[in-house]
Design a protein around this ligand. Sequence first.
Ligand code: GLY
Ligand code: MN
Ligand code: MN
Length: 361
Amino acid sequence: MSKRLKSVQTALARQKLDALLVRTFEGDNQNVLYLSNFGGTTAVLVITRKKAFIVTDGRYFARAKQEAPDFRLVKVQRGKKVTDHVNDALAMAGLTKGARVGFEAAHIPVAVAKDWAKEIKGKLVPTVHLVERFRQYKDAAEISLLKKACRATCRVYAEVVPLIEPGMTEQEVAFELDMRLRKHGAFGNSFPSIVASGPNSAVPHHATGDRKLKAGEPVILDFGGVFAGGYCSDITRTVFVPGKSPHPRMQEIYQVVLAANKAARKALKPGVKWRDYDRVARDYIAERGYADYFTHGLGHSLGLVAHDPYDYEHDAFQVGTVVTDEPGIYIDGFGGVRIEDDLVVTSDGAERLTSAPYWKF
Ligand code: GLY
Ligand code: MN
Ligand code: MN
């Protein structure tokens, strides 16, 4: 039985729950993959203190059997409701109407929760962050997969930079990134690639379009893939279109953002909280006069999704936290710079997973 499943079963007892329902619908909940290793898009896990079931439909019987050996397969039959099968699983675990059955409040739409309350035999109890709490801290196997994902993503960057030239459109650059991510092992993008050129680089999450790149202007490349095991990369580099020297102010902004990125990385270690990590980069940028131009958070947790769940307000970093470090300065009508690295917290600091070089003017 996997350590992850065991941890959740132990947490059930602590929270006075007899079972937990973990549902993914159209792949909207990576907790299913995390706990069961089932990578399909639709399933309900029924986890009790001692047993574990996976309820899924005919598209996924073979995969559930193969990918989730710790879970007993409950086959959805045509004409029956998923909740009928959830009830079957609860009964097989010896649970009756009085059982306290947790469901993930962050992942279940209100309409589904209402149906479940009527149809599932047991007292439904909303849970928050129960599984996510474990996902915050990556083990050695997860870190190894994240390292591989980042290495491949940096290879993509190295291949694409020399292709960038005046006249190319943002979309054409994005296509090169996406195609090469797949070539280097990604199963998909961890989010739609952002290619933001010239004045568009002042828009932190610009919608990549058909604007043509011009010599000397900045281009923000923000991209990542979903690699083996479902682990994601997320990197940003700001590059400059060849043919003309970049504007001196743009060069200055680049150096400020890069120094802020490095300062934050240096400050990252076990025990530090998010707001203090964020403050290091924010203070640095503010001291250089750009306080109003760094308009988003310094980063986020990274794992099975690009923005992995994390209790940003309360939890301190521990060994195995994987975060992004992505300060930026955005000047409306002029342009912007963002530099994003993926970092893993180690016993005495942090290690950079994204080794792609920074720009040299
Ligand atoms: N591309 C999304 C992010 O960097 O957070
Ligand atoms: Mn990014
Ligand atoms: Mn990011």
